[in-house]
Design a protein around this ligand. Structure first.
Ligand code: AVW
Length: 261
């Protein structure tokens, strides 16, 4: 049955084919083409450091320390006021940052870019990157190579942020903010209050979809209280106009896309 849901990214059952080649290719594209200021980064070394974190290891017990050499190797600074977190709004956040190129989501940084949408793991019996099958993340297998990677790079991304930071949330879900998400469990708690003075949330609603949550809802109140307790100011805006314009490309006739709204 599940054959039907496997796309090239093969969500959780399948590993991505040719992970090493894709990571190396993306690293070269990013550092040579998209961000030439990083052209002296050694992509082969980045690839080797990446794969060393998980090859020949139990694919269910990867640790944050396994990825530390990679984090130490790839240092990239995002300018202050330009960090954009997202939760349940990946596509729109990336479309927005793709246009507003000053803004950086994690996947607009080198470490996020090389791994975006890939699934990978190792196997204690070989020194290869697995090419067809990686275990699901579940209660018996909580620390997969992929999930620990996202936790570690998200933590680093949040720790390095400064000034005003932004988060795009999805108000078409019942809870726009979830404490269980990476944003709610890792990123919020790794912002440095001495460097980050304000968190600005944009609660976006799908055009033509239901508005289940908003800046007035209890999940955003919870986020505000967590953030304020950390001595960071909090602002919230429903359907931030510049991001709404991006949504409007696909729905130009919708009333919320006209100038008067
Ligand atoms: P989510 P979260 N490619 O939509 O707040 C593949 O509920 O939990 O939002 N998988 C990924 C990627 C990616 N590019 N990024 C995260 N994941 C995993 C990183 C991860 O395990 C960014 F900076 C996550 O829990 C966002 O601010 C789940 O897929 C924030 O974390 C998507 O969860 C989004 O994570």
């Amino acid at each position: 049955i599940w054959v039907g849901v496997l796309t090239w990214r093969q969500s959780s059952m399948g590993a991505t084919d040719h992970v090493s080649a894709i990571v190396l290719g993306r690293c070269l594209t990013y550092t040579r083409n998209m961000h030439p200021e990083l052209r002296n980064q050694d992509c082969k070394k980045i690839l080797n450091t990446f794969t060393s974190a998980f090859v020949s290891k139990d694919p269910c017990n990867i640790t944050k320390e396994d990825y530390q050499p990679l984090i130490d190797l790839v240092t990239q600074t995002v300018p202050c006021n330009k960090t954009l977190f997202w939760s349940r709004s990946k596509e729109l956040a990336h479309q927005y940052s793709g246009i507003q190129k000053e803004m950086f989501t994690l996947e607009d940084t080198l470490l996020g870019y090389i791994a975006d949408n890939l699934v990978w793991c190792g196997d204690p019996r070989t020194s290869e990157v697995k090419e067809e099958f990686c275990p699901y993340r579940n209660e018996n297998c909580s620390s997969t190579a992929t999930s620990v990677f996202w936790t570690v790079v998200s933590q680093k991304f949040a720790e390095s942020a400064c000034g005003t930071v932004y988060v795009m949330l999805n108000g078409s879900r019942t809870t726009a903010f979830s404490k269980a998400s990476t944003f709610g469990s890792v990123e919020v708690f790794n912002l440095h209050p001495d460097r980050v003075h304000t968190l600005h949330a944009w609660v976006m609603h799908d055009i033509g979809g239901v508005e289940r949550d908003s800046c007035l809802g209890s999940s955003i109140k919870e986020l505000k209280s967590i953030v304020n307790q950390r001595n960071i100011s909090f602002f919230c805006q429903d359907d931030y106009r510049p991001a709404r314009f991006v949504q409007c490309v696909r729905h130009p006739e919708h009333p919320s896309c006209s100038v008067l709204m």
